[in-house]
Write a protein that binds this ligand. Sequence first.
Ligand SMILES: [Zn+2]
Length: 116
Amino acid sequence: MHEYAMTKALLEAALKEARKRNAKKINSVELEIGDFTLLNPDQVKTCFDAIKGEFDETVDAKLIIKRAKGMIKCCCGYDGMPDMDQLPLPICPDCGCIAEVIGGKECTIRRMRLEL
Ligand SMILES: [Zn+2]
């Protein structure tokens, strides 16, 4: 239920922002999910659609999900995308070591379209 809790927190954050601006509705929320977040975008979408009916402001809201590429930096000097078959482990495609994650850990609201 990782996705459910995250999606609920996300919706509540969006709602708080919308209410602060006296918006009548949230038309869409654009979310960026990094490759290393362990969140399944399809499940996030399903949860979003299940929860959005609870609030007048979000009932018609659309969720747009963008993936943020995972980026790693390895002690061998490699710098770039991890071995995609090994996700969510940050494995270096050059030497097979577990490398340092430098990108793709985020899960953030990038944009929100409100109806005022
Ligand atoms: Zn390496």
